[in-house]
Design a protein around this ligand. Structure first.
Ligand SMILES: [Zn+2]
Length: 269
C-alpha cells in the first residue's frame, strides 16, 4: 500500500495535470457516481491534496472527489486520454486539456460537499499528517497525550492513522530505528526525551522519503523539505540479518500488529 510520501507525491503529480484546468470529462464505473458527474464536468479543479493516504480533488462547484487507493488501487496519468490502455476500465476517469488521470481498482470513491468533508469517516478519524507542513513536533507531542494512545505499544500506534496520518509499514520500522526505540515500548512509559525523539523521527523520516521521490523540484508551500537529505534508502526495513548501520548489531524481522517489522535490539530500547 502506498504510504504518506507516495500519496503526497501522487497529489503533486495530479495537481500538475489537473489544477486550474476545466474537467472536460468525468467518468465513473459506479452508476451512482456516474449520475453525479455533472458536479465535476465543466468545472475547474481548484486543488488536489493528500490527507493521510486519501486524495482529495476539489472543484469549483463546491464539491470534492474523495478517493482512497487501499491495497490495490493505482492511478495512471497520461498526456492524452487515448494513451490509456484498452480493456481495463478505470473506476474514475478525469480528463482536462492537459491530459487524463485514471484510477483503477480503488474500492473507496465518493463525492462530498467541500464544506462537509470533515464528516467523511476516514478523514474524521485522521491524526496529524506527518507530511503536512503545518504539523510540527510540538503539535505531535500534544496529540500523543490523547488518553486512548497511552497503553498501546509503538508497533501498533505507528500504523494507526489516528495517531499519525500518512504512516505505514516501511515508515514504522524506519521511524522507530531513527528514534532508537523498541517497537514493544508502551507510549505512557516513554520519557520526555524519548517522546521528543519519536516526534522528531515521525516528521523527519516521512519527509525525507517524500523528498527523495521529488528530486529537486519542490512544490510551493513545501520548501521545508529542502532541509532534508536528498536520498532515502531503508536502513532497517527488509534488512533482516544485515548489520545495523549504527552499531553493527543484527537486524531482526518480526511480525508485529500483523505486519513485518525490522529493528535492531542492540540500539533500540
Ligand atoms: Zn543498532
Amino acid at each position: 500500500m502506498p504510504e504518506g510520501p507516495e500519496t503526497h507525491e501522487l497529489a503533486d503529480r495530479l495537481s500538475t495535470l489537473l489544477v486550474d484546468e476545466v474537467l472536460t470529462q468525468a467518468r465513473f464505473i459506479d452508476p451512482r457516481l456516474q449520475r453525479k458527474r455533472g458536479l465535476l464536468e465543466g468545472k475547474r479543479v481548484l486543488a488536489v491534496e493528500a490527507r493521510g493516504k486519501a486524495l482529495l480533488t476539489a472543484v469549483s462547484s463546491g464539491w470534492t472527489l474523495y478517493t482512497h487507493s487501499q491495497l490495490f488501487g493505482f492511478w495512471r496519468l497520461v498526456d492524452d486520454v487515448d494513451a490509456l490502455p484498452d480493456g481495463a476500465r478505470p473506476r474514475v476517469l478525469l480528463v482536462t486539456a492537459r491530459g487524463a488521470a485514471a484510477l483503477y481498482a480503488a474500492p473507496s470513491i465518493s463525492l462530498w460537499r467541500t464544506d462537509e468533508l470533515d464528516a467523511q469517516p476516514y478523514l474524521a478519524k485522521l491524526g496529524p499528517d506527518v507530511l503536512d507542513p503545518a504539523v510540527d513536533a510540538a503539535g505531535l507531542l500534544a496529540h500523543m497525550d490523547t488518553p486512548r494512545f497511552a497503553g498501546r505499544t509503538l508497533a501498533v500506534l505507528l500504523l494507526d492513522q489516528g495517531f499519525a496520518a500518512g504512516m505505514g509499514n516501511y515508515l514504522r520500522s524506519e521511524v522507530l530505528y531513527h528514534a532508537r526505540l523498541s517497537p514493544y515500548r508502551i507510549l505512557r512509559d516513554l520519557t520526555a526525551a524519548e517522546r521528543r525523539r519519536l516526534a522528531k523521527a515521525l516528521l523527519d523520516v516521512p519527509r525525507r522519503a517524500y523528498r527523495a521521490k521529488h528530486g529537486d523540484i519542490l512544490p510551493p508551500g513545501k520548501d521545508y523539505l529542502a532541509r532534508t537529505r536528498a536520498t532515502f534508502g531503508f536502513e532497517v526495513y527488509e534488512h533482516k540479518g544485515d548489520p545495523c548501520p549504527r552499531d553493527g548489531g543484527t537486524i531482526v524481522e518480526e511480525r508485529l500488529a500483523a505486519r513485518r517489522l525490522y529493528w535492531c535490539p542492540a540500539c533500540q530500547h
